[in-house]
Design a protein around this ligand. Sequence first.
Ligand SMILES: [Zn+2]
Length: 275
Amino acid sequence: MQAIVSPLRVGDDLSLRSSLTSPVNYDRDMSKLLYEHTEVVLAEGETPKKENFEKFCGTTSNIDKICLIWALYKSTYETLGQRNFKCDKENCKTEFKQEILLENLIQEDTFTIWEEDKPFYNFVYDIEVPYDDFIYVFETRLPSIRDNNKLLSNISIDALQNNLTQTGSLFTRREQMTLLSKSVAIKRKGLTTTEEIPKTENMQEMLMAFAEYIPHIVSESFFKQYRDKFDKYYPKFYTNVTCPSCGNSMKFQLDLEIEFFRRSLFGGREGSEEL
Ligand SMILES: [Zn+2]
């Protein structure tokens, strides 16, 4: 599959900024923006076409979304502007500026092709974590744009802004676990009969369960197993910058979704990044 992405127009940025009073609306607007600027080519030589919006949200993964954001950025701005860097060599510490071009963020290992037997939206990967008398069973997944939006509708703008300033991520760990899980069940060890096992697919219930009933050690194991399975599929956008005084090469990595979010939140291209 191939996607064609057209550039942002002046009004697009503004419409995003005005929707920031609500994260759900923001995410929805952002998804609409990606939808409106994307045409999908299903096979070589075919005419590009558009799915309806709901289908787009259900069948576009968080990973596709990041790639679309990259393409949208590239076709609109080409560059992320001049960024500030500081050499990380102990006896150098030279500060310098360098322009970061979107196309330079693509490296040989940036993308990994999906190699599971089902499309991502039908694929679940079971993670089991035994702890004390229980086994925590998660059906994990690669979230879609729709899943992401559903989660956001359960979180306030204050909480979200707090997340961003405290940790630099949109979601806390328990929120991430909720996003990455289709369901969670807690079963007692050594269960022989077909007793009822408490299981939920409800996001609100999962948020509560992850806050109250899931021990830290279980979530640690969850994230480790999830990363081992899915991390390879997440695109890695990075480039190397070279210190002008000592020639030291440093890796500059960037989360494009957060970059996009910040730009809408704070406006302009104030971008200043340190390594
Ligand atoms: Zn240096």
